[in-house]
Design a protein around this ligand. Structure first.
Ligand SMILES: Nc1ncnc2c1ncn2[C@@H]1O[C@H](COP(=O)(O)OP(=O)(O)OP(=O)(O)O)[C@@H](O)[C@H]1O
Length: 574
């Protein structure tokens, strides 16, 4: 069972599917003993066979001890390439030019407190806590290793995003953090950059032979762990920084082997990590950074006990907690995990990112399939690649097959009952554009950076408004415009109130049935932005593609006197 799947779980236990049949296979000695790689699987960089484990001295996939030896010999023979000096970002002088503390240039005067707070306001950053470090404006401003700055440039990260501007210096001053920022705003790099800097600094100074992990990142799904580890490898390339991925469905012996051979960062799901820690003695003495990505989810019933168990096996680490949705309960819990926590909030957390247009359609359950077929057959409304979210595993399989039959589109599904191999392969096919639609349960709902996706369809609305915010957020990364089409009907009444509030704040059209429902009683659905709302409505829905849509007259709190904007002609979405 994973985050976002519609099965009552009770407490999370390591399921048997977490330990698949491959687990007991030993590491291959010889190259010929290894099997051929299937499409999408990692390949050995030496012979091209299945890359069963990763060579500990590099980040490359390797099939066997034999190929590892060849690879290391090749590396040793090569001369070290020259490292290009990191480019400095030259900020223009004048009113809009800020110079924040730069350890490379200690003589440059820094901003007065009032300018710092005005800078934070401009960047939409709010901070709470004692002695919060000033934001940085460029990556080279806080003593990151040159190689890391180079890797950031190579990855196309020219400037930090607002959340990174504040989180990186705060984290590098060893403070524990609770961070909320929009979906797709760069939270992952904001914790990976300080972790990589810390690990490579420790390793380059260390006199002991300790090779145990220095940092742990927990995330609720395997796919998210995979993605975070992948990003860590890209940003930490060429530094004394190695990672281990500890997720269910992948063989445990390889994960243990990798950790035993010395790594700096473990990225894992709580269940599998506990499993590994119980079966194998891993020295956690030197773990000084503990990250909870999607912390609100990790501190929910089901994950909380395991996350706490892992936390308790560490000795007072710096704790960094991240999510696009945070509430006071998590804030209270975060204070029990660490002292003197800094709270950082960027942009518009607890709301869907502004760059996604929300289009909510009232559709009765038995008509949902027909509606999604119509959308996917419409050149005007279907904007692939698209992610369709459903509430159950069976539903994901059935719907993906049904879409293929009805539209001819090739569709894959991803959910917790599939093997890790199938999940990896389906995700790869989707991300490489081989298939244009993926139907998923909540396992792709949080944290997944599905870069090209600009459309999500919430076929089943999730159980909570927080999951709604995360799922809608898959349609936009770094402020790119996207669209979320949301099917709603009476069965979703548990979420009506919050949904109406969210739609209202975004200036999104509210279907008449939703606005008039008795379950939205008490929520003022009138809008002070009628004109703006109407025009945004027209942008999305040029006739004849009209919903049953109401927009209340300005200042009119009587929901029954709603002004009904065109209900007669119902087009593709109707
Ligand atoms: N400084 C930067 N410059 C350019 N691109 C960046 C920068 N930082 C992050 N990105 C890119 O922005 C995208 C979104 O980042 P990320 O996945 O970390 O968002 P997030 O805030 O964790 O979102 P979510 O809440 O959905 O998990 C990624 O593709 C990432 O590579």
């Amino acid at each position: 069972m994973e985050q976002g799947e519609n099965q009552s779980a009770g407490s999370f236990v390591v399921s048997s599917s977490d330990n698949n049949e491959l687990e007991d296979l030993p590491v291959k000695e010889r190259c010929f003993e290894q099997r051929e790689a299937l499409p999408g699987e990692p390949r050995c960089v030496v012979c091209g066979r299945y890359g069963e484990y990763i060579c500990d001295q590099t980040d490359d996939d390797i099939c066997s001890v034999e190929c590892k030896t060849i690879l290391l010999a090749r590396i040793a023979a090569k001369t070290k390439p020259a490292v290009k000096a990191a480019k400095r970002v030259n900020l223009p002088l004048g009113d809009e030019s800020f110079c924040i503390k730069d350890i490379n240039f200690p003589n440059i005067p820094t901003l007065a407190d009032s300018r710092i707070s005005s800078l934070r306001t401009k960047l939409d950053i709010c901070v709470k806590g004692d002695a919060v470090p000033d934001p940085i404006m460029c990556f080279s401003a806080c003593g990151l290793p040159e190689k890391l700055v180079h890797n950031l440039e190579t990855a196309g990260y020219c400037m930090p995003t607002p959340v990174q501007m504040q989180v990186i210096p705060a984290s590098m001053s060893n403070r524990s953090l609770l961070v909320s920022a929009d979906t797709g705003s760069g939270k992952t790099a904001s914790f990976l950059i300080p972790i990589i800097a810390h690990c490579s600094q420790v390793r380059s100074q260390e006199s002991t032979s300790n090779q145990g992990p220095l940092a742990i990142v927990l995330a609720p799904t395997r796919e998210l762990c995979l993605q975070v580890e992948e990003q860590a490898k890209v940003l930490g390339k060429g530094l004394p920084f190695k990672t281990a991925l500890v997720v269910g469905g992948d063989p445990l012996p390889q994960q243990i082997y990798r950790i035993e051979n010395g790594i700096e960062l473990i990225v894992g799901t709580p269940g599998r990590l506990i499993d590994l820690l119980m079966k194998h003695n891993v020295d956690l003495t030197y773990v000084s950074v503990f990250v909870l990505d999607e912390v609100d989810c990790l501190l929910e019933r089901g994950f909380r006990d395991q996350a706490m168990q892992i936390f308790q096996s560490l000795s007072q680490p710096q704790v960094m907690m991240f999510s696009a949705t945070l509430h006071s309960e998590v804030e209270k819990m975060s204070n029990s995990l660490a002292k003197n926590v800094i709270s950082i909030s960027c942009g518009n957390p607890n709301r869907p990112t502004k760059s996604v247009k929300q289009v909510v359609i009232w559709v009765e359950s038995k008509k949902k399939k027909q509606k999604i077929f119509e959308i996917m057959k419409s050149k005007q409304h279907f904007k692939p690649p698209a992610v369709v979210f459903v509430s159950s595993r069976v539903g994901a399989d059935l719907l993906s097959e049904a879409i293929t039959v009805a539209t001819g589109l090739e569709v894959v599904s991803i959910h917790g009952e599939k093997t890790m191999k199938e999940r990896r392969e389906n995700l790869r096919r989707f991300l490489t554009g081989e298939v244009s639609v993926v139907v998923s349960t909540g396992v792709l709902g949080r944290g997944m950076d599905l870069l090209k996706v600009r459309q999500v369809i919430l076929f089943d609305i999730p159980n909570s408004i927080d999951e709604y915010i995360h799922q809608v957020g898959r349609a936009s990364r770094m402020g790119e415009e996207g669209m979320a089409v949301v099917f709603v009907n009476e069965e979703d009444r548990r979420i009506f109130k919050e949904l109406v509030q969210v739609l209202k704040t975004a200036g999104a059209p509210i279907p008449r049935e939703l606005a008039n429902s008795r379950y939205t009683a008490g929520v003022y659905v009138g809008s002070e932005r009628k004109r703006k709302l109407s025009s945004s409505y027209r942008n999305i829905l040029s006739p004849p593609e009209l919903f049953h849509l109401v927009i209340l007259a300005k200042g009119d709190s009587n929901r029954n006197s709603a002004v009904l904007l065109k209900t007669e002609s119902i087009g593709d979405f109707g």
